[in-house]
Design a protein around this ligand. Sequence first.
Ligand SMILES: Cc1ncc(COP(=O)(O)O)c(C=O)c1O
Length: 285
Amino acid sequence: MTELAYVNGQILPIEQAVVPIEDRGYNFGDAVYEFFASYRGRLYRVEEHLNRLERSLRELHFPPVSREEIRDAVLRLYEASGIERAGLYLQISRAVAPRDHAFPATGAPQVIMTVRPVHEKPPELRQSGAAVITVTDIRWARCDIKTVQLLPNVLAKQQAVEAGAFDALFVSEDEVVREGTSSNVFIVSAGRLLTHPLTPRILPGITRQVILDLCKKLALPAEERFFSRNDLYAADEAFLSGTVTEVLPITRVDGNSIGDGKVGPATQKLYSALREDAGAAEQAS
Ligand SMILES: Cc1ncc(COP(=O)(O)O)c(C=O)c1O
């Protein structure tokens, strides 16, 4: 098991991997990323992540990047690591070029990756549920693109940590609950699962879609529909979804209990179903 980095075709130890100071990802946040996880020696939902990556690159008018080359590089780095339960971070910046806002006339996209063991969520969070706070969504209007410009997310997460909570949920000026700082959010209300529709205001989470598909399979009524902060406060259950977050119960919001304050049955069912889908069922609690 080895933690490794990848820089434009070269695999090397993480501490030896460096990027040039004029990388546009570094200067402008002009870069996109993906985060893959593996279960039992296999990366999960690779094609879905590549689809979203291609979309991010297209929306930001990046020069062409070969999907096949990226897939090969991801798999090659993962195999080289030998890590069963890994988190693989991939970032593509537009170019290395003298600092100028407009796209450079020359220069190729820069591909970097790291792979290391997944930083698992503490088991007590999974058993008892997480506390979250709500914060005003001050992000830009293209949160559907997975860019490295994450300062509002960083500030909101820090605010949550300082408040003794696990995460923060972004809420719009007109009270719509959007998503977490690195996860999507679902509630269960009147027997239905609700999650924010796909708009430019949220990231189209891979796990979010897997959960919606699992709901169909399990005959759990689910809807992509806006819900408010008050709907969240009044929900029977709530949970976060994400590649590493998986299905993480929320049992407190802004200091108030959700439902009876315990992890609910739909949340438990979907956590188990997701783990099963990922080939990790035996490890599910
Ligand atoms: C803002 C945001 N929303 C949602 C997600 C969940 O997406 P996924 O399920 O693809 O990990 C992430 C993951 O990084 C995220 O950063």
